[in-house]
Design a protein around this ligand. Structure first.
Ligand code: TMP
Ligand code: ASP
Length: 237
């Protein structure tokens, strides 16, 4: 059966969710909106949703080929994906290969240092609190994830990093850092969820160091959609 969009469920900053005829699946709609700094800075750019849907669909497929299970089932059209319905674990995982962003602000370490191994960080996913940085013990003690789930989240996150870092290196793009979210299906199976796009990753051009991601919006660097188009161009070839 071809599943179609039924009732609206939820609207986030960059996506909308809809039910389908099958309770195991939902439809994600990628919006044209940009937000940064916990929603304080906003913009709409026509074509952004299509680019992020295309990029995210392609990257979930690359990961599936590498043995990483995610909620992604298939791309339906320009702005829609069919995904498995999961309950999102209230954690944001950040993997960093190179120092930048909030890490440098928080710890005062220099920008652009290549780390000897990938760094695994956690935030508590809560908009009202501004997604605060946490340590694993917070997640365990407040019941946001079990030890088994955290171990699995960490293992999958490092695997995602290996696959995507190598893949992007071949496209002359440095995968600087990225954010992942995880979800659990009705049977409790943990899997990668949300999206993987220039909204959630930092991509630097290997030769020029140009920023090809949402930092162009966050820092007013201009030609935001041009950067997203460049990423899509390189990975769709
Ligand atoms: P940060 O350096 O601002 O903490 O960002 C680390 C990575 O996480 C970067 O690739 C951008 C991504 N990110 C999100 O996807 N969502 C967010 O809300 C934030 C703050 C960062
Ligand atoms: N995703 C966050 C927001 O939309 C922050 C960011 O990505 O910089 O506000």
């Amino acid at each position: 059966m071809e599943l179609t969009k039924k009732d609206f469920i939820y609207e986030g900053k960059a996506k909308r969710l809809y039910t389908t005829e099958d309770p195991k699946y939902v439809i994600v709609e990628y919006k044209d909106s940009f937000t940064a700094f916990n929603g304080q800075k906003k913009a709409t750019m026509s074509g952004k949703g299509v680019l992020n849907n295309n990029i995210s669909s392609k990257l979930f497929k690359i990961l599936a080929d590498g043995g990483v299970e995610s909620h992604f089932v298939k791309q339906l059209d320009d702005t829609h994906q069919l995904v498995k319905r999961v309950k999102i674990v209230p954690l944001e995982v950040i993997i960093r290969n190179i120092t930048t962003g909030s890490l440098c602000k928080r710890l005062g370490v220099a920008e652009g240092i290549k780390l000897p191994r990938p760094l695994f960080e956690l935030s508590y996913k809560d908009d009202a609190l501004g997604d605060p940085f946490i340590i694993e013990d917070h997640a365990l003690l407040f019941g946001w994830a079990t030890k088994e789930e955290l171990d699995k989240i960490k293992e999958i996150s490092f695997r995602v990093n290996e696959i995507l870092r190598d893949y992007f290196a071949k496209k002359s793009v440095v995968l600087v850092d990225f954010k992942l979210e995880f979800g659990k299906d009705a049977d409790g199976n943990l899997m990668l969820a949300d999206e993987i796009s220039p909204d959630t990753c930092r991509f630097w051009d290997s030769s020029t160091g140009d920023h090809l991601d949402k930092d162009r919006f966050r820092k007013d660097l201009g030609d935001v959609l041009g950067a997203y188009e460049e990423i899509w161009k390189r990975i769709s070839e």
